[in-house]
Write a protein that binds this ligand. Structure first.
Ligand code: ZN
Length: 723
């Protein structure tokens, strides 16, 4: 059975691949040749890839008035190879002196999944639009009777028409009254603009002059909310996907259309049924993905929905890891194949293969495979544990490792929290070039095991920085053990154990047992775990040779990368617990102070403040450096000496998450993308001050801080899902 699923995923990948590839090539060739070729004709390539002309340049063949048999007389003419809307004030009068009625014109044919390409030119101060997904029957049942109801690619003179002042979602190329275009390059009034509309399955895109300016997905909470706030809110069937007409709008002003071409596409859902239960929603800097089904389906859904982000992440790592770790991506892939792959259970192998298949369906020319995805999942284990272990093996002392000192976290319960129940919070520290991409919220409904809600990274099967809730009431997070060394080649990768714990742990004991089973020592952490059912919290300090567990139903555990077990410290780290200059210990002291000061008051709002905290307890002052819980190493002249971060290294806290028992029981958590304190990181300003890091410029972008956002599996639920 699983084998069958994989085969079908690859078949689908191949079919989709051809379409997507053709799509980009077409777009390029059309843009470059539109001005040189004859108007209203198709090139041989266009014909070969299924394009059809919707306008022959001379007649209205294939068009009629909406709600009419004919083109409304006097209102629409053909002029210099373009369909022109005659300004209504210039339209001829009837014999009785009344103005002739105008109205929209529409294609006789209707289209379900398609790509539309045309050129449009608006008159000064003018307004018009291209409507699609139009039901003639529905349109005529609402007044005015010859005006179409449907999604509208807005056409406007943005400078002069007053509608532009009512909101960006009413400017040219907008999805009218719903979504504003972004990054558009509009031609001046009097010149033709090139529009492209892609409408396939539930997915829609608007393009203007070669730039994608917006996209959306139907049947999503985002769309429901946009429609509820729009003038379409009282039209129940408005957003239903249908085989619809394409319409040119009569808004009384002069407008021209030419080179109108359409290409019908295969329905996505028919081709890739495994996408059916899944969706993607972008919200406040995060990308929420709902993944549901068998391992292969979950993987394919992720690979497909996050393809641009996974591709970007793989390109970034191929560039960055070679420079930062002296090992090219090839070494990562080989290690993934030889060290990790044989230790990954079948279920997760299938999910990884699914991710590669979904990614290939979108980007067949890129040739990514399961080992790229495996290496991506385990890059920290390889870069910071395996490679130093190899060096150590080759020459004793060479691999004197500095395992990462990443993250600030807490878990509290009993008399420490406001309601006596568990509160948990975490902020992730990592190189900004990586962390600004750590913006996935994964909502996974696996065929077996519990539903999972976690933050994650594109292409991961696990959380990675580890902030995880599951349907059995288990919550967990971690911070790494600073200055740890050790790796076991034939152990099970940490990323698989962590994912397995997320999916199958229903108690603190089960969590501990999954994490410890066949431990490979990589990404050695102090795990903070809680059971909402019992109100118990625990800390699992898991080295390779040593481990220790602390548990309580009344108290707190904190994480700032410090190990506590003396034997583990002595045998497995170079950490000096007496060195009070370490960020690790300064943050530990601040955590203890915050926990005691807020005893009995800790709740989600407090947790947000803790994760964005900027008090440097070593000086007693508010600071921006590596000593504060919301780390900003980019402002620290010392860098992070207990780790490999050099002075002013662009790394630190990249996002934060907080939840309470009450929220977590119904799978909800708060998350903030960007520094949890709310500060923006602006790459250009950083490079001006620190040109020594300019080599990262190709991939290090701005990391803006977004508002705290509540992620809720109940409101992000997919229609038809059992949940
Ligand atoms: Zn901060």
């Amino acid at each position: 059975m699983p084998k069958k699923i994989i085969i079908s995923a690859f078949t689908v990948a191949a079919i989709l691949g051809i379409l997507f590839l053709a799509c980009t090539q077409d777009e390029k060739s059309r843009l470059s040749s539109a001005s040189q070729t004859q108007l209203n004709t198709l090139t041989k390539e266009e014909q070969a890839s299924g394009w059809k002309l919707l306008f022959d340049g001379k007649t209205f063949k294939g068009w009629r008035g909406l709600g009419r048999e004919e083109i409304p007389e006097g209102h629409w003419v053909i002029e210099q190879g373009a369909i022109k809307k005659v300004p209504s004030k210039d339209a001829p009068l009837q014999k009785d002196g009344q103005p002739l009625e105008g109205g929209d014109i529409m294609t006789v044919e209707s289209f379900m999944d398609f790509e539309l390409s045309l050129e449009w030119k608006i008159s000064s101060g003018g307004n018009s639009g291209i409507k699609y997904n139009v039901s003639e029957e529905m349109s005529v049942s609402y007044p005015p009777k010859n005006a179409a109801l449907g999604f509208e690619y807005q056409i406007l003179d943005d400078e002069r028409h007053p509608d532009a002042k009512k909101g960006d979602n009413r400017t040219a190329a907008a999805l009218y009254d719903l979504i504003a275009p972004q990054g558009k390059k509009l031609k001046p009034v009097g010149e033709f603009n090139q529009a492209r509309i892609l409408f396939r399955g539930n997915h829609g895109e608007h393009w203007l002059n070669g730039v994608k300016v917006l996209e959306y997905d139907l049947n999503t909470p985002r769309m429901a909310q946009l429609i509820a706030q729009s003038k379409f809110k009282d039209i129940p069937e408005f957003a239903a996907k249908r085989k619809g007409h394409i319409v040119l709008q009569d808004h009384t002003d002069a407008v021209w259309f030419r080179n109108i071409k359409v290409r019908e596409l295969e329905s996505l859902e028919n081709e890739a049924p495994q996408l059916k239960k899944s969706f993607r929603e972008d919200k406040n800097g995060w990308i929420y993905v709902h993944l549901e089904g068998t391992p292969g389906e979950i993987g394919f859904q992720q690979g497909f929905h996050l393809a641009p982000e996974i591709d970007d992440a793989l390109q970034m790592f191929a560039f960055y890891l070679e420079r930062a770790t002296n090992h090219a991506w090839k070494f990562y892939r080989e290690a993934a194949e030889n060290i990790f792959w044989p230790k990954i259970e079948k279920e997760y192998q299938e999910e990884i293969e699914g991710i590669a298949a979904g990614l290939s369906a979108r980007f067949p020319e890129k040739k990514y495979d399961k080992f790229d995805i495996t290496a991506l999942n385990g890059w920290i284990e390889l870069a910071m544990y395996y490679f130093p272990y190899l060096e150590e093996k080759a020459k004793q002392g060479a691999g004197n490792n500095k395992a990462p000192s990443f993250c600030s976290a807490f878990i509290a319960t009993g008399s420490y929290t406001e309601d006596g129940q568990i509160v948990i919070g975490h902020n992730a520290w990592v190189d900004y070039i990586v962390g600004e991409r750590w913006n996935i919220i994964a909502d996974i409904v696996p065929k077996k095991g519990f539903r999972i809600l976690m933050d994650s990274f594109p292409g991961y099967i696990h959380s990675g920085d580890d902030f995880v809730l599951n349907g059995a009431g288990i919550v967990y997070t971690e911070t790494t053990i600073s200055q740890f060394k050790g790796f076991k080649e034939d152990g099970t990768p940490e990323f698989m154990r962590a994912r397995k714990a997320a999916q199958y742990a229903d108690s603190v004991d089960a969590f501990i047992s999954i994490m410890c089973a066949d431990n490979n020592g990589a990404y050695a952490n102090d795990w903070l775990v809680g059971d909402l059912k019992t109100n118990e919290i625990a800390r699992l300090e898991l080295g390779l040779k040593n481990k220790r567990v602390w548990r309580t139903k009344d108290g707190y555990f904190i994480g700032s990368n410090f190990p506590s077990d003396e034997k583990l410290i002595a045998e497995e780290t170079t950490f000096n617990p007496k060195d009070s200059s370490l960020s690790v210990l300064i943050r530990k002291a601040r955590w203890e102070q915050l926990m005691e000061e807020n005893k009995g008051k800790i709740n989600a709002e407090k947790g947000k403040l803790f994760e964005g905290d900027h008090l440097d307890i070593s000086s007693g002052a508010v600071a921006s450096n590596s000593n504060v819980l919301c780390g900003h190493v980019e402002d620290d002249p010392r860098g992070l000496p207990e780790f490999i971060w050099t002075p002013y290294f662009p790394g630190g806290a990249v996002q934060g998450k907080v939840t309470t028992a009450k929220l977590a029981k119904s799978l909800k958590f708060w998350a903030r993308m960007g520094h949890p304190c709310g500060q923006d990181f602006i790459a250009s300003k950083f490079f001006e001050k620190h040109p020594e890091y300019r080599w990262q410029e190709k991939f290090l972008k701005d990391m803006r801080s977004h508002p705290w956002t509540l992620f809720d599996t109940a409101t992000f639920v997919t229609p038809g899902s059992e949940f």
